[in-house]
Design a protein. Structure first.
Length: 234
């Protein structure tokens, strides 16, 4: 009996020693504060698009009353996902069913859903979408949302956890608007620097062609158009 007990204790010690030498279980990734993992068919499509971001081409045109985007791919599977995603977001806006509700910008977009008009025009390689509103604060949201989506396509899966502040939560509806910084008319002088324009450097902003002194100024204005050019709702 004593011999059996000794053997049992030896086996237990061997097992414990083997367990101690096993590699530690990797810690699970912790999402950023506030982020919520959503599970839905629409989010599955978004995740797949993030994984194919290198195959997606997107052009963005800021309008005085919203945005117009063309999003395309040479991959037929990605084309189908793009059209599926736009259709799904159209339905969510109509039903008031938010996605990425933990993200302040996306939450505010859906709060203004009734003020948004979305038009979708399929293209041979994807989709062209026009999103507009007659409400100035909603237009600010649409501009910010368009920039966020462009960032998603650039960053891919790494951008999933990024939080986007709402322009309305920063400035506040009804508060004094952001100071106007424009120094030129966009015809003869650059809106950013006030320097004479280069007629070969231009961009469609606010429903009209604006001219700039250099390409870097285009990026500045596209980021915050209302600060540099006069936008009029049509």
């Amino acid at each position: 009996m004593k011999q059996q007990t000794t053997i049992l204790l030896a086996l237990m010690a061997a097992v414990a020693g083997a367990a101690a030498n096993l590699p530690a279980k990797p810690a699970e990734a912790v999402p950023p504060a506030g982020m919520v993992h959503e599970r839905s068919a629409d989010m599955d499509t978004i995740h797949r698009l993030f994984g194919e971001n290198g195959k997606i081409r997107r052009t963005l045109k800021l309008l005085a009353n919203g945005v117009e985007t063309t999003t395309e791919s040479s991959d037929p599977k990605v084309q189908a996902m793009l059209r599926e995603h736009v259709h799904a977001m159209h339905l969510r806006l109509r039903k008031g069913e938010p996605i990425r509700a933990w993200d302040p910008l996306f939450a505010d977009v859906f709060k203004h859903a009734e003020k948004i008009k979305l038009e979708d025009f399929p293209t041979p390689l994807g989709t062209r979408t026009r999103v507009t509103s007659a409400d100035k604060d909603t237009v600010r949201l649409l501009h910010a949302h368009a920039d966020a989506v462009t960032g998603f396509i650039k960053d891919g899966a790494a951008g999933m956890a990024k939080r986007h502040e709402s322009p309305l939560s920063k400035a506040g509806v009804g508060k004094v608007p952001t100071k106007f910084l424009g120094k030129g008319d966009g015809v003869k002088t650059c809106p950013v620097t006030g320097e004479p324009v280069d007629r070969s450097v231009s961009a469609e902003i606010g429903g009209r062609t604006r001219y700039f002194c250099c390409k870097s100024c285009i990026a500045v204005v596209k980021k915050n158009p209302e600060q540099y050019v006069k936008l009029r709702l049509r």
